[in-house]
Design a binder for this molecule. Structure first.
Ligand code: XMP
Length: 325
C-alpha cells in the first residue's frame, strides 16, 4: 500500500543517512522483527550489512533453511551462519531444570554471537569500520523500556586478537515506530516470504524448553517431527491466523503403555498447547475442531516412533504459562 511504501522509503533514507559508508551487523533469530529490520538495512546499504544467524540446533523443522535459503534469496543479504548445535546440545547435557536450560542457552548464544561479530569486525576493510548493530526493536518495546535513544556499549568478553576491549556499536532500529502488524506489512512490501512474515511467536531457547526433561539429539528429532506434523495440519486447516501459537511439548521423562498393530509399545506423550491471545500476557486454550485434533493425533502416533500418546492442554494463562518451561 502507499503508506507501507512510504514507511519503507522513509526508513531506507534514514538508514543511509545514519550508516553512511560504514558497516553494520544484524543478528537474525528466524523471527519476523529481526528479518524485517535486516531486510530494510540491506535495502538501504546493501553489502555493508552482514547478518549473523546462530543455529543452536533447537530450531523447528525447516526453520534454519528458511533463513539460509529463502530469506537470503528474497533479500540478497550477506549471511554468516554459525552451526553451533553441538556446542549447545553438549552444554545442555544432563540438565532438566527449566531456568538452568534458559541460562545455558542464553550464555552460549551470547558467546557464539560475539565470536561471530568479532570475526566480522576483524575481516572488515579499514575504510569501512563496523560501527552499527541492527536491532528489530518495535514501538511497544520502546515504550516499555522508557524510550531512551539508541546507543549500546557491547562489551566483548573474549580476548580477540587486535580488537579494542570495548567495541562501541551504535544501534540501528528501523522498526522503532512500528507495531507488529505494520512490521509484517513492511516485510511483505520488501518481498519476504510469508513463512517469515506471518510467523507465529517462537521462544528464543527454541525446542530446548519444549522438552520436559534433558535435551538430547534424539529427543529433539522426535519433537521436531511431531511439531512439524502439528504445524502442517493447522496450516492445512487454515487455522494459523486464528491461533496465537501452538507449542508441541515432549514429556521426555514420562512413558505410557500403548498398543500398535499387535505390539505393546512403551513410549512418550506429547502435549498440544494451542492458545489464543492478544499479547501473550494472558491466553486461553484454543477450541480447535475435533477433526483437526484427530488428524494431528493419528499422524503423530503413526509417523513418530516413540510417541504413542497425544494429549491436549486445556489450561488458560493464568494459571498456566503458554510454554511448559
Ligand atoms: P509464556 O510461556 O511466558 O510465554 O506464557 C509468553 C510468550 O513468550 C514466548 N516466550 C519466549 N520468547 N524468549 C522469547 O523470545 C523466551 O525465552 C521465551 N519464553 C517464552 C512464548 O512462546 C509466548 O509467545
Amino acid at each position: 500500500s502507499w503508506t507501507t511504501e512510504s514507511i519503507v522509503d522513509e526508513q531506507v533514507a534514514a538508514i543511509r543517512e545514519q550508516v553512511g559508508g560504514k558497516r553494520a551487523i544484524c543478528g537474525l533469530s528466524g523471527g519476523v522483527d529481526s528479518a524485517v529490520a535486516a531486510a530494510l538495512v540491506q535495502r538501504a546499504v546493501g553489502d555493508q550489512l552482514t547478518c549473523v544467524y546462530v543455529d543452536h540446533g533447537l530450531m523447528r523443522k525447516g526453520e534454519t533453511e528458511q533463513v539460509e535459503k529463502d530469506f537470503v534469496a528474497a533479500t540478497g543479504v550477506q549471511l554468516k551462519v554459525v552451526d553451533a548445535a553441538d556446542r549447545f546440545i553438549d552444554a545442555l547435557a544432563g540438565v532438566s531444570d527449566p531456568e538452568q536450560k534458559r541460562k545455558i542457552i542464553g550464555r552460549e548464544f551470547i558467546r557464539v554471537f560475539e565470536q561471530a561479530q568479532a570475526e566480522i569486525v576483524a575481516e572488515a576493510p579499514s575504510d569501512e569500520p563496523v560501527a552499527f548493530l541492527v536491532q528489530g526493536t518495535l514501538y511497544p518495546d520502546v515504550v516499555e523500556s522508557g524510550g531512551g535513544t539508541g546507543a549500546a556499549n557491547i562489551k566483548s568478553h573474549h580476548n580477540v586478537g587486535g580488537l579494542p576491549e570495548d567495541l562501541e556499536f551504535e544501534l540501528v532500529e528501523p522498526l522503532r515506530k512500528l507495531f507488529k502488524d505494520e512490521v509484517r506489512m513492511v516485510g511483505q512490501e520488501l518481498g519476504l516470504p510469508d513463512e517469515i512474515v506471518q510467523r507465529q511467536p517462537f521462544p528464543g531457547p527454541g525446542l530446548g524448553i519444549r522438552i520436559v526433561g534433558e535435551v538430547t539429539r534424539e529427543r529433539l528429532d522426535l519433537l521436531r517431527e511431531a511439531d512439524a506434523i502439528a504445524r502442517e495440519e493447522l496450516t492445512a486447516a487454515g487455522l494459523d491466523r486464528d491461533i496465537w501459537q501452538c507449542p508441541v511439548v515432549l514429556l521426555a521423562d514420562v512413558r505410557s503403555v500403548g498398543v500398535q498393530g499387535d505390539a505393546r509399545t512403551y513410549g512418550h506423550p506429547v502435549v498440544l498447547r494451542p492458545v489464543s491471545s492478544e499479547d501473550a500476557m494472558t491466553a486461553d486454550w484454543s477450541r480447535l475442531p475435533y477433526d483437526v485434533l484427530a488428524r494431528i493425533s493419528t499422524r503423530i502416533t503413526n509417523e513418530v516412533s516413540e510417541v504413542n500418546r497425544v494429549t491436549l492442554d486445556v489450561t488458560s494463562k493464568p494459571p498456566g504459562t503458554i510454554e511448559w518451561e
